[in-house]
Write a protein of this length. Structure first.
Length: 141
């Protein structure tokens, strides 16, 4: 079982600009980028045309570490200053559930831990200290 903590920066429509900036400023390498329009379609949750070019998820390699990014989905809450969260990445659904359950004690769940198209167990929670964590479980190949 592995665990990693990765800073996750959420921006309001300018994630691509930030990624390009950090690539240059930090001598970083783009590992992955996917727009909302490139994500699998869900008829229950259609993606408006104006959102399709926003970054749904991206990862930069900075030295031996990673930095993750996304844009908000229009209508999602955003305020400058709270756009950094910590992404806990694990390869164990059981470990993800254990950590998520512990972090939600006295905190507030933003998205319940659940299977998504990109993870067998993903969710986010703001703990009792006001720190927001994203729980990401890597899919086993």
């Amino acid at each position: 079982m592995s665990k990693r903590l990765i800073p996750y920066i959420t921006l309001d429509g300018n994630a691509r600009e930030a990624i390009e900036f950090y690539e240059e400023a930090l001598d970083a390498q783009l590992l992955f980028i996917q727009t909302f329009g490139e994500m699998p379609e869900n008829p229950d949750f259609p993606i408006p045309a104006e959102v399709k070019e926003r970054v749904g998820h991206a990862t930069l390699k900075v030295g031996e570490t990673e930095l993750m990014f996304s844009d908000t989905f229009p209508g999602s809450p955003f305020s400058s200053g709270n756009q950094v969260s910590i992404c806990i990445t694990t390869d164990s659904v059981e470990q993800a559930k254990k950590m998520f359950d512990a972090l939600q004690q006295g905190g507030q769940v933003g998205m319940p831990l659940q299977e998504t198209h990109f993870s067998p167990a993903y969710g986010n929670v703001t703990d009792k200290f006001g720190v927001t964590f994203q729980m990401f479980t890597e899919a086993r190949s």
